[in-house]
Design a protein around this ligand. Sequence first.
Ligand code: FES
Length: 403
Amino acid sequence: MKLHKTIVVKSKTADFLNTVSMIPKRLAEVNSSSAEPARAPENYAVNVVAKALHPQKLSLRIRRIEEHSADVKSYYLTWENNVPTPYFRAGQYLTVQLKVGPSLLTRPYSLASSPSSALHGEYHIMVKRVPDGFASGYILDNWKVGERITAFAPEGNFVYEPLRDAKTVVGLAGGSGITPFLSFARAIADGTEDFNLTLLYGARTKDEIVFKAELDQIAKTCSKVKVVYVLSEAKTVGAGYEKGFIGADLIKKYAPENEPYSVFVCGPGAMYRFLGQELPKLGIADKYIRMEMSAGARKLADEPGYPTDLLGKTFCLTVIDRGETTQIEAKAEDSILCSLEKAGIAVPARCRSGECGFCRSKLVSGEIFLPQGIDRRRMADVEFGYIHPCCTYPLSDVTLKIN
Ligand code: FES
């Protein structure tokens, strides 16, 4: 086992010397401080404020439901009447917790509201029915106005960073992947965010476009937002529309010509696979490409390197949770997190796409499969056998230590 890593840090010499010169002062502060453990740190003013601003769990109430179609609905969630909900950044998501029969589930939904909505005590999420999906169908068929929903405070990195991203963002939205872009557009329009957004919004037909009236209104009144609808199944299209799929040619057509631009992508799995071949044709630096990782179930048969002869098989998943051992079934095509949830075993999870690290667990034994491009584990976790069960699939019987 390797115990040492070589880390190369490139820095300006002045920065380095400034940091080094701070060490004696910091050491003196540490040495002169009390050795007594902190008393009741939860009462420190900073911790009280942090807890109020970033509570771990929220008990939200459904204030209003808007039906876009039988399979797509918007839910407007509030904390307590007129009490601001914890603030968030445009592009982040809200993870809701569900109890469906014996299963304990979490599902992340991008917030569609501008962050300013939190100041008025409201979050807006949109839920689209996923064919054969477990949670989306339950929500669409069961959530009613007035019902209480448990959620975790907003999270996520699909946000605009002025230090990293170009002043113009070309947003590529597919289907229900429109929600974070709606949040961006609303936030730009109300002055919460300051960048230019050119949105290419892909759908199969005009009927599948949601929030068209609002997006058109924002584009009409706010010069920083442009919207183009891209229809894959339309025979003819009019002004403001394009026909086909969002690819490199279309992006180049609407992107600024002589200045850098960032590309943000949120949509279904097929869109990521297609764009994986198209985006390199743009010739822009990797740092200008931001992908919101899909939290949906993966079709393993389409994943390069997956041994498809295992599809349909069921393995034994041995779960060690704080000394207690349980054995459950794990289907080859279910992520390990999915199998845990189906068995009613609660694992902390938020993003379900390998990014947040909340579900991090120790793989004690067994063979696993990780689809390409979603391994976001720290190097130390890879080396010491930790996995993210939300995006890991069993290839054999597996033993896992959770929590
Ligand atoms: S839930 Fe985020 S990494 Fe697994």
